[in-house]
Design a protein around this ligand. Structure first.
Ligand code: GLA
Length: 425
């Protein structure tokens, strides 16, 4: 699986002296060398990765003295691993336990290696990886392509090879590489370079890049073809917050699909609209269903950021809905699209294996009760001449048989969704 060339060794050496070179010239040389000599080759993320990630729910809480239960520590990740197994998430596909920012010590060790904060991670990341693996799960870690992480911990710039090897030696299975403390011109070089060193370790490490998010922040369209060549998944929008406004903002960005980024999704490569906040504080029951339905339609990673120790049964049921998960995990890996929108109502569809479709009808209204909207399966792009049998994903109940031009009357709740699986008849 490894592809290695002397040219890329040279890239790295050049990169190390990058600061002192004429930057534009060097960028060109490095880009050409990287472009002709490699592509992501780890066999991972054939379907969107699923698991748990600390950031949205636990942020950079490093106060283990006064807030031991919620601080970023090895105990937190071990407890979440325990719950993924004992509460049935692992067996439904939620397999990654992903450490986010603020895990590291502020200084590298005397050999220049990253190390975990010794007080909050007294056993070290290798031991944590062993624990997570013993539960049949995988461990993800967080780094940053720049000189520091977004939270101010050591970044990987100019340490790419060492850090990739350190993560591999620890038994890490996934790396989220953020892009703080860097510049937009460096991403196209640095992200592929880290991918190269990850590949070279020989350990399959799922690679999550924040590269396009920083390009979008600069009001530019990312080079998704280049990104998909190096990264398994990539963030391309701002951080999710625990609110309905944040969820709808992300959905709008994905509906607009500027740069046609949906077309770059497929086995091995997925757009990442950020973590699932089902089970947190900010969303109503209906809004939680919207996030789950849309993340399934959008072929998005299902990385929950919530507290599995105290989650309500109704949120757990949404996260564990088998039909929603199977739509998310459809092997074709096609990202669904918004196919209809008016002022407050949208229809999204996603083509699935065996000519099936997922359909989500979302209503953003805030007054009164459910809206009533009429359409037909033909109007929203379904094509099977014999029509389809619909099942309501959240209730599991049959929702009728429809020809392509039969009127389909939809009544989603305010800030709610109707989510269907359509099977050809
Ligand atoms: C950025 C990322 C977040 C999180 C924080 C950590 O904001 O987008 O997902 O990783 O950094 O500092």
């Amino acid at each position: 699986m490894l592809r290695f060339s002397n040219a890329l060794e040279a890239v790295h050496k050049s990169w190390l002296s990058f600061q002192t070179m004429t930057t534009k010239m060097m960028s060109l040389v490095l880009l050409v060398l990287i472009g002709v000599t490699h592509s992501l080759d780890n066999g991972l993320a054939r379907t969107p990765p699923m698991g748990w990630m600390s950031w949205q729910r636990f942020r950079c809480n490093i106060d283990c003295k006064d807030d031991k239960y919620n601080c970023i520590s090895e105990d937190l990740y071990m407890e979440m691993a325990d719950h993924l197994v004992s509460d049935g998430y692992r067996d439904l596909g939620y397999e990654y336990v992903n450490i986010d920012d603020c895990w590291a010590a502020k200084q590298r060790d005397s050999d220049g290696k990253l190390r975990a904060d010794p007080e909050r991670f007294p056993s070290g990341i290798k031991k944590l990886a062993d624990y997570v693996h013993s539960k049949g799960l995988k461990l993800g870690i967080y780094g940053d392509f720049g000189t520091l992480t977004c939270g101010g911990y050591p970044g990987s710039k100019f340490y790419e090879e060492l850090d990739a090897q350190t993560f591999a030696d620890w038994g890490v299975d996934s790396l989220k590489l953020d892009g703080c403390y860097s510049t937009i011109d460096d991403y196209a070089i640095g992200y592929p370079l880290m991918e190269f060193w990850l590949n070279k370790t020989g350990r399959p490490i799922l690679y999550s890049c924040s590269w396009p998010a920083y390009v979008v922040f600069s009001h530019k369209i990312p080079d998704y073809a280049a990104i998909a060549k190096s990264c398994n998944i990539w963030r391309n929008y701002g951080d999710i917050q625990d609110s309905w406004g944040s969820v709808t903002d992300i959905i709008r960005f994905y509906g607009n699909d500027s740069g046609n980024f949906s077309s770059f999704a497929g086995p091995g490569n997925f757009n990442d609209p950020d973590m699932i906040i089902v089970g947190d504080y900010g969303l109503s029951f209906d809004q939680q269903q919207v996030q789950m339905a849309l993340w399934a339609i959008m072929a998005s990673p299902l990385l929950m950021s919530n507290d599995l120790r105290i989650i309500r049964a109704e949120s757990k049921a949404i996260l564990q809905n088998k039909m929603a998960i199977s739509i998310n995990q459809d092997p074709l890996g096609i990202q669904g699209k918004r196919v209809y929108m008016n002022n407050k109502f949208e229809i999204w569809t996603r083509p699935l294996k065996d000519s099936r479709f997922a359909i989500a009808a979302v209503y953003y209204g805030t007054g009164g009760g459910p809206t009533r909207q009429m359409t037909s399966l033909g109007k929203i792009g379904l094509t099977n001449q014999n029509g389809y049998t619909l099942t309501d994903v959240f209730t599991g109940q049959p929702a009728g048989k429809y020809s392509l031009n039969t009127t389909l009357t939809l009544r989603p709740n305010p800030s709610g969704v109707l989510f269907f699986l359509a099977v050809p008849q």
